[in-house]
Write a protein that binds this ligand. Structure first.
Ligand code: NAD
Ligand code: TYD
Length: 337
């Protein structure tokens, strides 16, 4: 058995990862450390809560004593650090918590990884650290870091600290940089679930700017299959880009959602652009494909359609997590535009 600490495992990607791993592997004990911010939701993990290889600890990755206790008590040999503040718009409203959780939190985990001489530390990063592309080209692992939002800057800082721990202390770090994910359990502040839920509620769909910004979409399980592969055979000190070669303009995603839900395009409302809005992201994932043999498995048309159906069928899930705090944030943000 391998003992693995998964942080942020109650969030969108982390909970999909834990569900996926415990469903098809029996050689991992997973300890999930999550602070349960607005984005963390234990309902994402109801299928595994009683699994013999699963333990949940509520807490902050910035808490050195707690992190130390966990590494010691559970003999942690592997870390996958999903925990982060993850929403660009929130980082524009207030950057401090992004610095704390994403930079200082990663640093706390790296320090513990150094003390306990673990076998591998997978830092879950993002393609947003590379900044914004023009109409041509793709991000490779050699693209210089050029983050534009407080969110992406905090992720880039964490990446650099992780690589510094590899070079300076031989901490066995590997970094993944994935493009935009979609799938079940994504908090409805992000484009796809927000647009699905607003459509279902016949609320306006706020499209920023001209709606022509491009994101490169990957199904969350393909991302998690890649993380599993990197955990298994990723080379230490390396960075791996992850993406499924599926660029879409925001407006086309919104129209696709409306069409599947049989709703009118009159619901679309063009609103003031996000400050510093990155124009285009596109990932070259040939390194992970050639070196580790990973490739995306889920076709966009089918996976997006299943994702939309998941939100239709799981109305209880999203109604329960839309707290008063979130609705207040949403209205505040909306009024700013
Ligand atoms: P999310 O916001 O849905 O979940 C984040 C989780 O981390 C939540 O459960 C939250 O409670 C927890 N958390 C936050 N701060 C914490 C702290 N200080 N201590 C412990 N737990 C804390 O985010 P997500 O979309 O699942 O993203 C997970 C990771 O993947 C992030 O590191 C993000 O930067 C990265 N990423 C996300 C995407 C995407 O499209 N969502 C794409 C590429 C990379
Ligand atoms: P988002 O899901 O916030 O991911 P990211 O900014 O990390 O890529 O946004 C995806 C794209 O959708 C981005 O170009 C901003 C845009 N967007 C809107 O147009 N309206 C919205 O209400 C949201 C949340 C995003």
């Amino acid at each position: 058995m391998k003992n693995i600490l998964v942080t942020g495992g109650a969030g969108f990607i982390g909970s999909n990862f834990i569900n996926y791993m415990l469903n098809h592997r029996d050689d991992f004990n997973i300890v999930n450390l999550d602070k349960l911010t607005y984005a963390g939701n234990l309902a994402n993990l109801t299928n595994v809560v009683n699994h013999k290889n699963y333990t949940f600890v509520k807490g902050d990755i910035c808490n050195t004593d707690l992190v130390d206790y966990i590494f010691n008590k559970y003999n942690i040999e592997y870390v996958i650090n999903f925990a982060a503040e993850s929403h660009v718009d929130r980082s524009i409203l207030g950057s401090e918590i992004f610095f704390k959780s994403n930079v200082l939190g990663t640093n706390t985990l790296l320090e513990a990884a150094k003390r306990y001489r673990i076998k591998k530390f997978v830092q879950i990063s993002t393609d947003e650290v590379y900044g914004s592309l023009g109409p041509a080209g793709k991000f490779t692992e050699q693209t210089p870091l050029s983050p534009n939002s407080p969110y992406s800057s905090s992720k880039a800082s964490a990446d650099m600290m992780a690589l510094a721990f590899y070079h300076t202390y031989d901490v066995p770090v590997v970094i993944t940089r994935c493009s935009n994910n979609y799938g079940p359990y994504q908090f409805p502040e992000k484009l796809i679930p927000l647009m699905i839920i607003n459509s279902m509620n016949n609320k306006k769909l706020p499209v920023y700017g001209d709606g022509l910004n491009v994101r490169d979409w990957v199904y969350v399980l393909d991302h998690n299959r890649a993380v599993e592969q990197v955990l298994e055979s990723g080379k230490l000190g390396e960075v791996y880009n992850i993406g499924a070669n599926r660029e879409m303009k925001n407006i086309d995603i919104v129209k696709l959602i409306l069409s599947q839900l049989n709703k009118s395009e009159d619901l679309i409302e063009f609103v003031k652009d996000r400050p510093g809005h990155d124009r285009r992201y596109a990932i070259d994932s040939s390194k992970i494909q050639n070196e580790l043999g990973w490739k995306p498995k889920y076709a966009f048309e089918e996976a997006i359609s299943q994702t939309i159906n998941w939100y239709i069928e799981n109305e209880n899930w999203w109604r329960n997590i839309l707290s008063a705090e979130y609705l207040e944030y949403y209205e505040k943000q909306y009024e700013l535009r």
